[in-house]
Ligand binder design. Structure first.
Ligand code: PEP
Ligand code: MG
Length: 316
């Protein structure tokens, strides 16, 4: 039955009763675009632009180099949505010319948006390159900042986007618990949210994402993480704005149903996961997803949450 559903899997993401959940791809650059199109991605939900910066650790790529790479990704989704994340340097993605070398706790130090606010010329060049790349294209460009902690961060990023003259929605990633707890205040400044569940788990459980010994706490089925997802999604719904997930959690078909039930409005994942997630969503109604989400949140561990959701969705 599962294989048949997978074979039939094509078209836009939706529950069996037609509730739309756009399925988007995570890409690292133009090389990933073909696989995303092939998998039927409706756009890009996370373009990790730091890959462009890894070739040369001494300096940022020029405006032209960046604009060329961005344009190749934008052109692949002519009518679609492409969400570009501005440079997320530091911690697990260090860059010599930007990342402070002497921090005792790099994951808690100057990284993500914090780095860009310390180096405004890097952010300005990247936003100008994005503006140039999008010129004349019908694509729906959205630009988001990593590691937004609060409204002050969100405002600084939205201001930078406005100053760059970018015709794009500005958004904030929710990767820090404070951002989920105060999502409503962040939404005063930006037009959408995107949950980065990898970092959100790391910061919620004080468990380094690079340390295998604490991987139990990196499990996105942890009920505390589901609670934070629900908070952000509820705030976005009240403000009539979108709240997607672009962390690894979105690639787990069962969890994708639960995230939908929590009110998440789009799911972005590696291209290979898209057919599986599409097939899973198509087998359940939105109401079933909501019941599975409630059942998962009512438990006390990742393992129980997974089992509870499975039980609801398999009709046990
Ligand atoms: C995340 O943290 O969940 C995320 C999507 O960003 P990255 O994995 O690139 O840090
Ligand atoms: Mg992250």
């Amino acid at each position: 039955e599962r294989r048949a559903a997978l074979a039939a899997s094509s078209g836009p993401g939706a529950t069996s009763d037609g509730h739309r959940v756009p399925l988007l791809a995570n890409v690292g650059g133009p090389a990933d675009v073909a696989a995303a199109v092939e998998a039927g991605a409706e756009g890009v939900g996370l373009f990790r632009t730091e890959f462009l910066f890894l070739d040369d650790h001494r300096t940022a790529p020029s405006l032209e180099t960046q604009a060329d790479a961005y344009r190749k990704v934008l052109e692949a989704f002519p009518e679609g949505r492409v969400v570009v994340r501005v440079l997320d340097a530091g911690a697990d993605k260090p860059l010599d010319f930007l990342t402070p070398a002497d921090e005792p706790n790099p994951a808690l130090g100057v990284r993500g948006l914090r780095t860009l606010l310390d180096h405004p010329e890097v952010l300005r060049t990247q936003l100008a390159a994005l503006a140039r790349a999008a010129e004349g294209l019908p694509v729906h460009l959205e630009v988001m900042a990593p590691m937004v902690a609060d409204r002050t961060d969100a405002r600084a990023f939205a201001d930078a986007c406005r100053e760059a003259g970018l015709q794009a929605k500005a958004g904030a990633m929710v990767e820090i618990p404070s951002a989920a707890l105060r999502a409503r205040s962040i939404l005063r400044e930006v037009e959408f949210l995107s949950l980065g569940t990898n970092d959100l788990a790391q910061y919620t459980f004080a468990a380094d994402r690079q340390v295998g010994a604490v991987s139990r706490l990196q499990d996105p089925w942890q009920p505390a993480l589901l609670d934070l997802v629900a908070l952000a999604a509820e705030a976005a719904r009240e403000e009539d704005k979108s709240c997607g997930v672009c962390g690894e959690a979105a690639a787990d078909p069962l969890l994708a149903c639960v995230l939908t039930g929590l009110g998440v409005t789009s799911l972005s994942m590696s291209a290979t996961a898209i057919p599986y997630v599409r097939a899973a969503l198509a087998q359940h109604t939105l109401a079933q997803c909501e019941r599975a989400a409630a059942a998962a949140r009512a438990t006390d561990s990742a393992e129980e949450a997974r089992r509870a959701a499975q039980a609801v969705l398999s009709g046990e």
